[in-house]
Design a protein around this ligand. Structure first.
Ligand SMILES: Nc1ncnc2c1ncn2[C@@H]1O[C@H](COP(=O)(O)OP(=O)(O)OP(=O)(O)O)[C@@H](O)[C@H]1O
Length: 366
């Protein structure tokens, strides 16, 4: 398999001794959309800058299309980078901004003009080609930055929080544009964000980072439904974590002993031994709430995965029922479900059960 981008045991220690990135491994296929996601300071930008060549690599290897590029200058790499503030030249027109990279490459004028025309057209900027970017909106400036990066036809486009400066509505619409553009061009995108909704909406795979290390690399849905560490379970989605000790693993299902009795979920990665400290990760969307009046047969469908609770609050918003329940340990859990599913059987101030099927929850080692 030929990869577009490979990071093999890549590490970065800054001159002041800060270990910003530790043993980073990732193979990216051509045309993939990869997001680096994690809290502030976890090493996302440093990793992106190492790929671009703006930051040196302390250890490991960086390969682009099979060629080691550790020591290659940024302008010699087949990458283009978009910065959060776009770094447009204010004294140049949109067209001049976009054309700049081709001039640096000393491309013949006619060829450069044709390429610039094409990309301005593609991004809907032809009408403002002669305007200075300072007079344009955030969304338009974002598109100019994209045009300027894409006109040089990079193999890999690197984006550092490119939507961070936009308001929520514009962000949504540019997200869609970005995804369509990426599919259309078929080039590899590596995208840094600390907004999980953005990473989940855009990426083929997400790299979750924590304190310089990679926690998990997975497609969005898998990250959501099968977190592999407590950090990921806390960082992504809305999960309730129930601590316990591992009792047994049978096939794909693990049972753990908890303060609420024996509970079951999908087995953890690796081979933790019986008695190991583990947690059950219960995604909000995996939970069914049963009324206290549920029949024996209804309850039996969940095996031992039933925790008595008190239904504290119900609020109907459109056809979505928002439910707050209190567990026996006093923890408040917020859930929501389609109103039809509950058909008026739940009542605030009454007892109920939190219930789930084992395959909808995950057991992970602490
Ligand atoms: N030039 C530098 N010199 C020394 N330390 C640095 C430098 N740049 C970043 N760091 C440190 O390296 C670590 C990783 O920083 P980095 O900017 O890569 O994180 P990030 O995940 O991109 O954060 P953010 O989301 O806030 O941009 C942090 O501890 C940061 O303080």
């Amino acid at each position: 398999m030929a990869y577009d981008l490979q990071l093999s045991h890549v590490g970065k220690v800054y001159d002041n001794g800060t270990p910003a990135v530790i043993d980073f491994n990732l193979d990216v296929e051509k045309g993939e959309f990869i997001a680096f996601l994690g809290p502030s300071g976890c090493g996302k930008t440093t990793t992106l800058r190492m790929i671009a060549g703006f930051e040196s690599i302390t250890s490991g290897d960086l390969l682009i299309r099979g060629n080691r590029v550790n020591d290659l200058l940024p302008e010699k790499r087949p990458t283009s980078m978009i910065f959060q503030n776009y770094a447009l030249f204010p004294h140049m027109s949109v067209r001049q901004n976009v054309r700049f990279g081709l001039e640096v490459k000393q491309m013949p004028a006619a060829e450069a003009d044709a390429k610039v025309d094409r990309i301005l057209d593609k991004l809907g900027l032809s009408d403002v080609a002669h305007v200075r970017p300072t007079r344009l909106s955030g969304g338009q400036r974002q598109r100019i930055a994209l045009a300027r990066s894409l006109v040089v036809e990079p193999d890999i486009l690197l984006l550092d929080e490119p939507l961070g400066a936009l308001d929520a509505n514009l962000r949504k619409s540019i997200q869609n544009e970005l995804k369509l553009l990426q599919r259309d061009l078929g080039i590899t995108f590596v995208f840094v964000t600390h907004a999980q909704s953005e990473a989940l909406a855009l990426s083929d795979r997400i790299v979750v980072m924590n304190a310089g290390r990679v926690e998990q690399i997975s497609p969005p849905r898998e990250l959501y439904t099968r977190p592999q560490s407590l950090f990921v379970a806390r960082f992504i989605g809305a999960n309730t974590l129930i601590p316990g000790t591992l009792r047994a693993v049978e096939g794909e299902v693990a049972t753990l002993d908890t303060a609420f009795g024996a509970l079951a979920g999908m087995r953890p990665p690796g081979q933790p031994a019986a008695g190991a400290a583990v947690s059950l990760v219960l995604p909000a969307e995996a939970v069914d709430i049963l009324p206290g009046t549920a029949t024996e047969a209804e309850r039996a469908a969940y095996g031992t995965n039933l925790i008595p609770c008190r239904i504290e609050r119900l609020q109907l918003i459109g056809h979505i029922l928002q439910i707050a329940v209190r567990l026996p340990n006093d923890e408040l859990v917020n859930l929501e479900g389609h109103a039809d599913k509950y058909g008026g059987r739940l009542h605030a101030g009454t007892p109920g059960f939190v219930a789930w099927q084992p395959e909808r929850a995950t057991v992970i080692a602490n």
